[in-house]
Design a protein around this ligand. Structure first.
Ligand SMILES: [Zn+2]
Length: 185
């Protein structure tokens, strides 16, 4: 990690309360519009994920732009490139937002991976791990995304391994072990 990176990571640390507040407010203001994933009756997803998780995870269908924290306004101009990226879905804590034109089971599967990652890491550590992954590797190669895309490929092939939650926990722990030394203050 060079000096420039560590400067951004320090700024990211300072911005965590603001990002968390923005996320909580977004979830709160969409509560009425959210549906537990279990109610969508996805045949394959229901077989892969535990019922408890599908009752907890909620989805909000969005007509146009997927909500994204205004990072440049939060003092994180370095990461503002991602704000402009067209995205099909995004997960904040146990709630994910998907574009109404892309309501595939595969996209819901992908976002559920992130729900488990959020649960495992907790909000601050998820945001740090995600942010550092973005800074280091870019969007698709960032480790938490790479995991979600890789399992999504398994989903397409019908080869998702049994015990997916434990597998996500293990992979997430391994990612965190790499990132923790970079973000510890
Ligand atoms: Zn993703």
């Amino acid at each position: 990690m060079n000096h420039q990176y560590s400067k951004i990571i320090n700024k990211f640390h300072s911005a965590l309360p603001v990002i968390n507040g923005w996320i909580d407010q977004l979830i709160e203001s969409n509560k009425e519009k959210s549906t537990p994933v279990i109610d969508l009756n996805f045949s394959r997803i229901n077989q892969i994920f535990p019922k408890k998780l599908l009752e907890k995870a909620k989805v909000v269908i969005v007509p146009n732009k997927i909500p994204f924290p205004p990072l440049s306004q939060m003092g994180l101009a370095e990461l503002s490139g991602i704000e402009q990226m067209p995205i099909a879905g995004i997960t904040f804590k146990d709630t994910f937002f998907v574009n109404q034109n892309i309501l595939t089971q595969s996209l819901h599967f992908h976002e559920l991976i992130h729900v488990v990652q959020w649960e495992r890491l907790g909000a601050d550590n998820f945001l740090l791990a995600y942010g550092v992954g973005l800074i280091q590797f870019g969007y698709e190669q960032s480790p938490l995304e790479e995991m979600a895309y890789s399992l999504q490929k398994d989903f397409a092939k019908g080869t998702v391994p049994d015990g997916i939650v434990d597998i996500i926990y293990q992979k997430t722990d391994a990612i965190w072990n790499q990132i923790r030394p970079l973000v510890s203050q």
